[in-house]
Design a protein around this ligand. Structure first.
Ligand code: C5P
Length: 313
């Protein structure tokens, strides 16, 4: 049976600005998304029977239709019924390295890997934009997970434009193992607290463009000015997640004080990251965070920004 091994990288948000509500119930965003080398490994193969079977080494990861990777296989089956009948179902095995509910798009990247894998298994010949259009039906950041690298994302997060690679920059990632934040909770709480500041309607978004502050960061990325990049990191969701989770607020403060150069929460959190100029600096900062906080529940990783999304090995 044909099978593929696929690397599904995590992402961090270098920038996340919430502009307002959209008619579809989502938020209008401006984000700068960045892939990192911390990645899950997906094996996908045709099983010759009419079944989608998902396996993961962690029992807490669901293996049914609530898993985005499973949803990806279901969507492909629905969209391409003749190919599904011809090739049969798929076995998907997820070797998890990306923490779940962490603001690192782990589930989204696994989902992106399954779309790419089935495209290959069933010889569908779909292009990256075609795969990304399918991906957008499953989640806002899944189109980015397919192409990855460094990109500006607008709309719900699915409209992408590539930026210059930052793959020479290292990063320390920190997350309390027992803490998970729901993305829906973070956005809904933000709406409750800040919707009076929202720009509303099509006209409002056009008129309100002056409130989009990502320009200087985009410019700094294009000229690879690391010091400026670190100063311009921004995440609106910190305003709701940090007050709710004091250990994360403390972690962010410790990481800022120890420095790297730029520290920020990723996505809806609770993961916090610090950008570093070298692996040695990142390893030193990781040790300093561990000795300052001394909590067995705190997981730390040293990894690197990377210039790719899903890759087939
Ligand atoms: O698109 P995705 O399913 O990943 O989004 C998860 C949740 O995050 C949504 O149900 C919504 O509550 C919130 N969200 C949002 N605006 C976006 C993206 C996500 O409000 N642009």
């Amino acid at each position: 049976m044909q099978s593929y091994t696929i690397i599904a990288p995590a992402k961090i948000n270098l920038y996340l600005e919430i502009l307002g509500d959209r008619p579809d119930g989502y938020h209008q965003l401006v984000m700068i998304l960045q892939s990192i080398e911390l990645a899950d490994k997906i094996e996908i193969s045709a099983n010759g029977i009419d079944a989608i079977r998902l396996h993961c080494q962690y029992p807490e990861v669901p293996t049914d239709q609530s898993n985005l990777a499973y949803k990806a296989a279901l969507l492909m089956k629905k969209e391409f019924p003749r190919d599904a009948a011809n090739y049969g179902g798929v076995d998907i095995s997820i070797e998890k390295h990306i923490p779940v509910a962490a603001g690192l798009a782990g589930g989204s990247s696994d989902c992106a890997a399954v779309l790419v894998g089935i495209n290959l298994l069933w010889n569908l010949g779909l292009t990256v934009p075609e795969l990304q259009r399918l991906a957008a039906r499953l989640g806002s950041d899944i189109p980015f997970c397919i192409s990855g690298g460094t990109a500006i994302a607008t709309g719900r997060g699915e409209e992408l434009a590539p930026l210059a690679d930052l793959d020479h920059i290292w990063v320390v990632i920190a997350k309390y193992r027992s803490l998970a934040v729901s993305t829906a909770w973070a956005y809904n709480t933000y709406r409750q607290k800040f919707s009076s500041l929202y720009i509303s309607g099509e006209k409002g978004f056009t008129k309100g463009n002056h409130r989009v502050h990502s320009g200087p960061l985009v410019q700094s990325i294009m000229v690879k000015d690391e010091k400026a990049i670190c100063k311009l990191l921004h995440n609106d969701l910190e305003k709701v997640v940090l007050p709710e989770h004091s250990p994360v607020k403390h972690l962010r403060k410790v990481m800022t004080n120890i420095g790297g150069h730029g520290t920020m929460m990723s996505g809806s959190g609770p993961t916090v990251f610090t950008l570093c100029e070298s692996q040695i600096q990142a390893e030193t900062i990781k040790e300093q965070i561990a000795t300052t906080i001394k909590d067995a529940d705190l997981d730390l990783w040293v990894t690197k920004l990377c210039s790719h999304g899903i890759i087939v090995v």
